[in-house]
Design a protein around this ligand. Structure first.
Ligand code: UDP
Length: 238
C-alpha cells in the first residue's frame, strides 16, 4: 500500500510517555508501543521525524508558581525534552530502527547539533530523526518547535498524537452531543476557539500551509492508519 504521506513529523506530548496516575516519568510499555507504531510506518518507506514535549518531567512555569524565573525554567523544560528524546531513541534502536537525536541546545556527548540539511539527509537515509530541546528558545513550546521543524524539513504533515481521537465540536467528556470533525479549516479552528496547539504553533502551520492531523496515538495501529489515509483523527487544513 502506498503511503499517503512521504515525510511526516510526529509530535508527542511528554505527558503521553507516562502512565496515567503514575509518578514515574516513563511507562516503557507506552514508549514501546509508540516505537512499534513508528516502525510500522518506516517499514512502508515513510520518513519520520519526532518531537517530544516534556510535561512528564518538567514544564516551564511562571515565577510566582515555581520560584524559578520563567526563562530559566524554560531551559530546564528544553533539557527535559532531550531526556525524552533519548528514551524514545533507545526504544527505537532496540527494535532495529536507526535514529539520530538532534538538539537545539548543544550537548555533543548525547546529541548532534540541529543542522537542517543534515536532518534531511538522515531522513533520506530512512533514519528516524528526533528533534530535542524544542526551538532552543525560552517562551516557546514543543508544539511550536515541532511545527517549525516540520516546515523546515518540508514535512507533508504534522501528526499530533494525543489521547483523544480528534477535534470535537465540544469537549466529548462533558458534552454527549459533541461531534468529531473529519476535516476542519484553520479559520474554523480560530473562529470556534478550538485549541489544538498554542497560537504561535498554530499560526506557523497556517501561514505555511502545513496540514495538522490530530489523532489518538495510544491506540496501536492508528499511526499507520493515518499514513494509509484512513479516516482516523481530524485533519486541519486550508
Ligand atoms: N520549552 C521552551 N522552548 C521550546 C520548547 C519547550 O522553553 O522551544 C520548554 C517550556 O518550558 C515548556 C517545556 O519546555 O513548558 C516542555 O515543553 P511542552 O510544554 O511543549 O511539552 P508538552 O506539553 O508537549 O509535554
Amino acid at each position: 500500500m502506498l503511503p499517503k504521506y512521504k515525510r511526516v513529523l510526529l509530535k508527542l506530548s511528554g505527558e503521553s510517555l507516562k502512565a496515567e496516575n503514575s509518578t514515574e516519568p516513563f511507562d516503557p510499555k507506552i514508549i514501546e508501543q509508540y516505537a512499534n507504531d513508528i516502525k510500522s510506518i518506516t517499514d512502508m518507506g515513510v520518513q519520520v521525524a519526532v518531537v517530544i514535549g516534556a510535561g512528564n518531567i518538567y514544564r516551564g512555569m511562571n515565577e510566582a508558581e515555581s520560584g524559578i524565573e520563567r526563562a530559566h525554567g524554560d531551559y530546564m523544560g528544553m533539557l527535559a525534552t532531550v531526556i525524552n528524546g533519548m528514551a524514545m531513541q533507545a526504544m527505537l534502536e532496540k527494535i532495529g530502527i536507526f535514529t539520530r537525536l538532534q538538539s537545539a541546545l548543544q550537548m555533543d556527548q548525547v546529541a548532534e547539533p540541529y543542522i537542517r540539511r543534515r536532518a534531511i539527509r538522515h531522513l533520506e537515509k530512512n533514519r528516524v530523526v528526533i528533534f530535542g530541546a524544542g526551538t532552543g528558545n525560552p517562551y516557546f513550546t514543543t508544539d511550536t518547535g515541532g511545527s517549525l521543524r516540520a516546515i523546515e524539513i518540508k514535512a507533508d504533515v504534522i501528526l499530533k498524537g494525543t489521547r483523544v481521537d480528534g477535534i470535537y465540536t465540544a469537549d466529548p467528556e462533558k458534552d454527549p452531543e459533541a461531534v468529531k470533525y473529519e476535516t476542519i479549516s484553520y479559520k474554523e479552528c480560530i473562529d470556534n476557539n478550538l485549541k489544538i496547539m498554542d497560537m504561535t504553533a498554530f499560526t506557523l502551520c497556517m501561514e505555511n500551509k502545513l496540514p495538522i492531523i490530530v489523532f489518538d496515538m495510544n491506540k496501536p495501529g492508528n499511526l499507520r492508519a493515518v499514513i494509509e489515509g484512513q479516516n482516523v483523527g481530524t485533519l486541519v487544513t486550508q
